[in-house]
Design a protein around this ligand. Structure first.
Ligand code: HEM
Length: 161
């Protein structure tokens, strides 16, 4: 190999290593644990873990924020999921129970401009579950009419700041 070509090859290799390094760093950065403190996040509810099928319940959460608190011990976190009642085909319903990692969220209700909001507070969750784009698996019970229906859903948290 001629010298000049070798130099180009070396530079190319170095550029590739650099580019790969940056990509690896970016991917790593995404799942970096949050520092102790309080955050808000966009919340979206999906039917599948890959978050490709939006849940019917998404309309009850996607226009509100979630509150995340990473406690000073850096091990435990508090999550507050905010939801509101929605109408579907003229029938009003809401998410009335949420369970994450065996923890049942403490529900609070508030009427705002004639619409009832339902918030669910979970204490003592594993802090390492929370990072940009994390997907929290939970059991969501829907109250529409008289029969509550429970289903597994995937709550994706983005835009955490
Ligand atoms: C007229 C009112 C409604 C009808 C007829 C209805 C019908 C249905 C049906 C047939 C399913 C099962 C099909 C599937 O899994 O895709 C389903 C699932 C579900 N519904 Fe509804 N629904 C109504 C209102 C609501 C409301 C008001 C909410 C939430 C506040 C809700 C939340 C859900 C959830 C979370 C599921 C589990 C599957 C998913 O995540 O999409 N539904 N509903």
């Amino acid at each position: 190999m001629r010298k000049i070509k070798k130099l180009v090859a070396t530079l190319l290799a170095a550029t590739m290593v650099l580019a790969m390094g940056v990509t690896a760093f970016a991917a790593e950065n995404d799942s970096t644990a949050l520092a102790a403190g309080t955050y808000t996040a966009n919340q979206n509810l999906y039917k599948d873990a890959a978050c490709t099928n939006t849940s019917m319940g998404d309309a009850a959460v996607n226009d509100m924020w979630a509150d995340i608190t990473i406690n000073a011990d850096n091990k435990t976190a508090t999550l507050v999921v905010h939801t509101h009642e929605i109408k579907y085909l003229g029938i009003t319903g809401h998410l009335g129970k949420m369970v994450i990692d065996g923890v049942t969220g403490v529900m609070a209700t508030e009427k705002v401009d004639g619409v009832t909001d339902y918030s669910f507070t979970f204490e003592g969750l594993d802090a390492s579950k929370f990072y940009e784009g994390c997907v929290i698996t939970g059991q969501f019970t829907t109250y529409v009419g008289v029969m509550p229906m429970s289903s597994t859903g995937y709550l994706k948290l983005t835009g955490i700041e």
